[in-house]
Ligand binder design. Sequence first.
Ligand code: ADP
Length: 953
Amino acid sequence: MPRVPKVSPLTDPAPVEDAISLMSEVFALVGSTKDSQQMLKGACRLLAAGRPWELAWVGIVDPNGRIQPIAQAGLRDKDLGSISLAWDSDSSGEAIAPTAARESLPQVMTDLKEDRRPEPWRTQALARGCRAAAAFPLRFGENVLGVLSLYAPSSDAFGTAELSVLQGLTDHLAHGLGRLQAEEQRAKRMREFEVIRSLTSQMISRPDHSTLLHTVVEEATDLLEGACGGMYLSEPEEQVVRCLVSYPTPPDYTGAVLRYGEGAAGLVAQTGQGMIIPDYPQWPGRSDLLQEGAPLQSLLTVPMTLQGRVIGVIEIWRTAEQPPFTRADLDLLTLFANQAAVALENARLIEWTASERQRVQLLYDVTQALTRSLDPAEILQRAIALTTDSIGAMFGEAFLLERSTGRLRLRVLAGRDPVEIPEIESRLSARQGKGLVGWIAKTRQPALVDDVTTDDRWEEVGGVEGIHTALGAPVLAGNDLLGVIMLFHRDRAAFHDEHLHLLTAIARQVGLALSNAERFQQTRRRLAEMSAIQQVGQVINRRLEMQPLLEEVVHQVGEVLGYPVVEILLVDGQELTVRASRGSKYEVPHRIPLSEGLVGRAARTNEPAYAPDIRLDPDYVNALPDTQAEIVVPLRERGVVFGVMNVESPEAGSLTEDDLRLLSLLADQISVAIENAALYDHLRQHADELEQTVAERTSLLAEALEQARQADRIKSQFVSDVSHELRTPLSNIRLYLDLLTQGKPDRFSNYVDTLTRETERLMRLIEDLLAISRLDAGATPLTSTPLDLNDLARTLVQDRQRLFAARGLVLQFQPQAALPPILADEHMLSQVVANLLTNAMQYTPMGTVTISTASMCQDDRTWTTLTVADTGLGIPLEEQPRLFERFFRGANSHTVRAPGTGLGLAICKEILDRHGGKISLESQVGRGSAFTLWLPACEGPPVAPSAHDGIEG
Ligand code: ADP
């Protein structure tokens, strides 16, 4: 039972009845009304209408311990609008309403004029004609929900009975209010839950993390009827919270960072406890973030907790004009924040999964794109374009390491105009180790820079303003740096670790693709080289002669391989001779000392001379004014240099190591071709000689054949001649033998003479035939002894003296004194001289036959000669060449009917041939003939003249 103060007893029954009817009206009101505000207003109206009280108001106790009037009736309705009564703490707390609420007991002021307590409003109440007042606590269980205050125009308006009735009425009202409030609270909760539920479902259906963050803040601000709101996310590693959403803007706190414990958000993140700060500007823990003069007053901050972890903080602000935050607001926002935490986590997971899928897709796309090309520039272009687009970068850059200079050259731009490359290059000094790109190249580490403007490594090159985030990764092949890929974003911290990992993975793929491409280019280059070498080789191998070959070589090397200047120089003693040239100013052959120039060095050292930039080679001798680069490769045979091939170009750097390798390979092939050509030249010379020899031999053979044929003809003629010569004497012999039997006896002696002559002729013929056949067969060996021709001749002359005399002929001998002896077969030589004497006798009808000897010099030799000269018929000139043929008989033989075989002179010649001598003839028809034997004189003392020397005959 509520405590009721002791009041004066009810004396007048009328007011009691009135009170009872009032009570029943209030009961009816409480039973029928669903809205607490409406119920309290209705109650005030019932209390103020026609009652002794002309003013009734109800105040509700707020969570801050103040009593806020929410319903009134009587006097002028607005009169109490601004009244706010505290429970205690100030003078207004002494008023009866707070006292009633505080003490949970009705309070009465029987006469405002007398009772001095309820200052300061008592004077105003008196001015409005009030004399008495009473306040009744709205008691609901242990709680006082509010206060009902009644003002009456007359003092002593509240009797004990009235007070009792009114307190009963107030209690009833309080019950109604409590029930309705609970109802309303429940409905409000339901509404809040509904709001949260719908928000949560909305949030969950929103996969985009960033949008969701904004949605959460907007919805929370609306839900809590705040002026503005914000969200911070925790970064536990750094022990900071970072403002990601600020709503509405301005003011914009996005990007603001607070340490744990700093400001309200930092404190909440640290403690995990939500808090209400009714007067933030005066709050000692406030941060400097809140702008000066901002109209914000109270702050509600709660953690977003997920599985015991504070993942962030939501804060809602209200202005001074807005009601302060309550515990219920705190609970509501906490509930909401935790729902939001789940939704955010889900969104993050969804987004992570989605972005992970996207990343995998991107990586796949990049890999696909890369495998479709083998051109390094195209590979970079595709990778950068795809990545820039997919990651949402402002633009991307790809650098390639230039090995010769160590420079990182900008090769590809995505998201910007490629014509800017030279311009950017000129401003950029992206050597290894310089700038952010250089740092990545040097350390081989990827880099993620949230704000380049605060990064020491960043080099401002100008031309691109407003870059904040930079993301870069090295392009590696194994440990070799190939280049660097960079992505840029206008916003701060636009990229995360995932992007860094992704770019690193892409860079790895690019590295693979680039090294594959390089390998492919190498293979293709090798193939091209091989086919060029093959092509050149095929053509030059068709050339066999040296000079055409050398000319073909320079032509092919220049034409097929595209070198503007090509020369072939061959070593010639201490010089090199330009033997073939193309595009050179030198006339062939031009001579260069072995000691000079790159050509000389290559020939001397047996090593290629390579000058990609001739200005840097001290050995270079300026020959062609345009030359900037030169390669000289030695030509060798079995390791020994016999020449060089020289290639020059008017473009510096245009002759590369590849050219050097190609030309070296080619040099081997050219060397072989030149070697073959030399061999061919040699062989051809040899063949010419051989041909000549063969021709000579052939003519000799033809001659021999002709001789053989001649011999054959002579032999046939010989056989026929022999047959003929044999037949003639034999026929005669048969004829005369017949005559011996049948002829006249007186002629028998003639017959016998003829028979004897023919027989002798036959015998001579047979002897001659035997002699010549023995000579032919070589059956008669020479028995050479030193001979004195004078002795031999003298003997024969003596033997024939008588015979010659018998024919009326003079035979004389004229030997030369001191005649050099000869080496000869005496018998054979006697036969020769005897033959000559017989012929001289037969063909000299009358006159003299002279034998003479002499010593003669001819053909640097000493000859001993013997001449048989006659004064006979002589021999016609036309017969002379045939005189020594076998069986040849001159016309004169028939004239003088000389017996003979035509073999005599042939036998003489044969015998002299076998002695290394010769026989010569001088003859004139009608004047005689002289046959001279020539025999080589022996070394040794001349034969002393004998007693017979002198004219003999
Ligand atoms: P033959 O005397 O048996 O006829 P040879 O061989 O001795 O054969 O001589 C060949 C020919 O040479 C003779 O037939 C003759 O015509 C000529 N002849 C040789 N000796 C003389 C000579 N002293 N004077 C002239 N003619 C000669």
